[in-house]
Write a protein that binds this ligand. Structure first.
Ligand code: 4HU
Length: 442
């Protein structure tokens, strides 16, 4: 091409291998995505469902910077999420991160708002989250997460509300409980087991992060990691045995009915009957979730065919605020990513039609009519019509374009009609065609 090496002419094959000869790599950074129009329409539709469910649940929208202080995420429990921080030092020497999750930002804002907010708080947000994962696994480094969190409700009513939000979302997307289930348990189950073996409190979080790998690591690997924390083999076997339970009544037999874990879970499952989503949830003691700060009920949604990673997950975190030096406020919430759910919708062939839809195309048949075409387009837009004003095209192209963008009407501005103050309107679905007074068009 005659263009200089630093610019691309239309259609010239752009290099995808950096700037060897001064040509910009047009791909987004590793592990990140662009959203061209069709993908953006799907994302906007999905986020609209998130927002509508949040509205139905009477949650308020909040937002935060994607950039946060690194201090918010420094936790010593060996979680994957804190070992993959997208962290750096800014030009002011501050240690910052692209946030890997949203819950700490929510907690920070609740603390900052202090007495100016009355509890309970029901907040939601949709935001991009980041992780710096060695590309060896070729996984994404960013995704968007819908978060719903309730602050100031200590009872399992809060978890019951969050589970309804998740079920409402799935139902809005055309997913049924034969496609997806939600595994529910409580970290208090593990707490009770550790107490049975007199295991010191400080090991609780570390053991949670290890047993969260159940299903990802072999049983032997889990046992080895648990032993490495100093647990006796008897305690390790006891933990793995209880965490393999899938029946609440069996759990009650093992732990007794007076432990909080059993009482909380029984209450939650009875709520599920009342809300009408009992078919969606099941008790599974192996669910602990991988975040250090959970303290009670935890849950995760999974595809029953077992082809995908967890679709969403969450739980109670009653002691997160005190880790930021504040007074604790009981809290629970979940995160729902934008990627796995789309894989599921494709699997189940329930992706909605994402084609464009425009109300009108306005087209001047002669360049001397570009002025009148502008005023027609402008007046239709002021009446709320989505108008694509087209010019410098052959009529054949305009008809094809109208089909491509699913226009409802084609408004042709021609000399003979315009001399009489008229325009020609073509209804594209019925092919009917008629003249209308330009100033009566709506
Ligand atoms: O859910 C874990 C996670 C956090 C940040 C970015 C991505 Br992709 N995934």
């Amino acid at each position: 091409s005659s263009a200089s090496s630093s610019t691309l002419t239309h259609g010239q094959e752009a290099s995808t291998h950096g700037d060897a000869d001064g040509v910009v790599d047009v791909n987004p950074p590793r592990g990140t995505r662009d959203f061209p129009p069709e993908d953006m329409r799907l994302r906007t539709w999905l986020f609209d469902q998130f927002r509508e469910v949040s509205r139905l649940m009477a949650f308020e929208e909040v937002d935060f910077p994607v950039l946060e202080s690194e201090a918010l995420f420094i936790r010593k429990a060996g979680e994957e999420i804190t070992q993959q921080l997208y962290n750096f030092e800014d030009k002011g020497g501050r240690r910052v991160v692209l946030r890997p999750e949203i819950t700490p930002s929510l907690a920070r804002l609740v603390i900052k708002q202090g007495k100016s907010v009355s509890l309970p708080l029901k907040w939601f947000t949709i935001g991009q989250c980041w992780r710096y994962e060695r590309m060896t696994r070729g996984r994404r480094r960013e995704h968007y997460q819908w978060n719903m969190d309730i602050f100031g409700v200590p009872k399992v009513r809060a978890e019951a509300e969050l589970l309804q939000a998740i079920v409402l979302l799935f139902q809005r997307l055309g997913i049924t409980f034969s496609d997806v289930g939600i595994r529910v348990s409580s970290r208090k189950v593990l707490q009770a087991v550790l107490n049975m073996y007199s295991i010191p409190e400080h090991l609780f979080t570390e053991v949670c992060v290890i047993v969260d790998k159940l299903g990802k690591l072999t049983r032997e690997e889990i046992e080895k990691e648990l032993m490495s924390t100093g647990l006796s083999s008897e305690a390790v076997q006891g933990i793995i045995e209880v965490l393999s339970l899938k029946s609440l009544s069996k759990l009650e037999e093992v732990l007794g009915s007076d432990v909080e874990a059993v009482a909380d879970l029984k209450k939650l499952f009875s709520f599920a009957e009342q809300y009408g989503y009992a078919d969606w949830i099941c008790f599974d003691a192996s669910v602990v979730r991988g975040l250090a700060y959970y303290t009670g009920i935890v849950f995760e949604a999974f595809d029953r065919e077992g082809k995908l990673r967890a679709i969403c997950g969450g739980g109670r975190y009653d002691r997160l605020l005190s880790t930021f030096g504040s007074e604790d406020i009981p809290a629970c919430g979940f995160g729902f990513g934008d990627a796995v759910i789309v894989e599921l919708l494709k699997e189940k062939a329930v992706l909605p039609d994402m084609s464009r839809q425009i109300d009108d195309i306005v087209f001047p048949l002669d360049e001397v009519l570009e002025g009148p075409a502008s005023s027609i387009a402008s007046s239709l837009r002021k009446k709320g019509r989505a108008v694509d004003l087209v010019e410098d095209k052959r009529l054949k192209w305009v008809f094809k374009h109208a089909e491509r963008i699913n226009a409802s009407r084609l408004i042709l501005v021609g000399n003979s009609e315009w001399e009489r103050g008229m325009v020609r309107v073509k209804i594209l679905s019925t092919r009917e065609e008629f003249e209308v007074k330009a100033d009566e068009l709506e």
